[in-house]
Write a protein that binds this ligand. Structure first.
Ligand code: CDP
Length: 217
């Protein structure tokens, strides 16, 4: 079971890069951030405040999340667009810091990869907690300025507001007690500032190929 774990802060380009690495290697792609965003969306829709830990936990334990290619479906509905809203971005890290939510999502992620027989998995705790034995672990970063401006190019919005949201999410994600955002000790660090997407993808695919060659001789 080959897993490529790609972790890193918000807006580092994980989704774009992970999808292309999945295409290049033939491995399925899993966006774990979308799963936390689904829990945030359903909480909002059902009027459960992000601080209501037992209410949010009940949602995380019963929610049905599936992926159809790059589309994300929640309880039978395509929510790929809706989970990217500014409203969801502003609460998702508060929800993702809660242990019962993480336990429920982690179980689903491990089951999904087991069923698929491997995958390119992107998130915050993939190399450290979810798949500690991944074939390759990458920690993808970029300067805060570049991350904010990439996000504006991708989805629009006000640069200052987006930069604030990204910084705030990074702070909550890094300071939480349960699986904080940090590089695994054996992760390959890739700073994508000033690099093209193709350059980043090539670096990761090369590392993966070398790792497989080393293992299989
Ligand atoms: O795409 P972007 O980097 O903006 O964020 P995302 O990958 O969609 O993740 C949204 C949020 O979900 C993150 O800010 C984390 O709070 C949380 N998350 C997490 O805690 N663990 C993961 N494995 C993935 C996401």
């Amino acid at each position: 079971m080959a897993v490529i774990a790609i972790d890193g802060p918000a807006g580092a380009g994980k989704s774009t890069v992970a999808k292309l690495v999945a295409e290049a290697t033939g491995l399925p792609y899993l966006d774990t951030g979308a799963m936390y965003r689904c829990v945030a969306l359903l909480s909002t829709r059902t009027g459960i405040d992000s601080s209501n830990e037992s209410g949010v936990a009940a949602i995380a334990e019963s929610i049905d999340i599936t992926f159809k290619g790059v589309q994300c479906w929640m309880n039978g509905e395509d929510v790929s667009q809706e989970i990217r809203s500014a409203e969801i971005a502003s609460i998702v890290s508060i929800i993702a810091a809660q242990s019962p939510v993480r336990t429920a999502m982690r179980t689903q992620q491990q089951r999904w990869i087991q069923q698929q027989g491997g995958g390119v998995v992107e998130g915050r705790d993939i190399g450290t907690v979810v798949f500690p034995n991944a074939e390759l672990k990458v920690f993808l970063t970029a300067s805060p300025e570049e991350r904010a401006s990439r996000r504006v190019d991708q989805s629009g919005g006000d640069l200052k507001e987006i930069a604030f949201n990204i910084a705030e999410r990074d702070r909550i994600d890094s300071e939480r007690v349960d699986s904080p955002l940090r590089p695994a000790s054996d992760a390959v660090m890739v700073d994508s500032t000033g690099l093209s997407i193709t350059e980043v993808v090539d670096v990761i695919v090369d590392h993966f190929t070398h790792s497989l060659e080393k293992r299989h001789g």
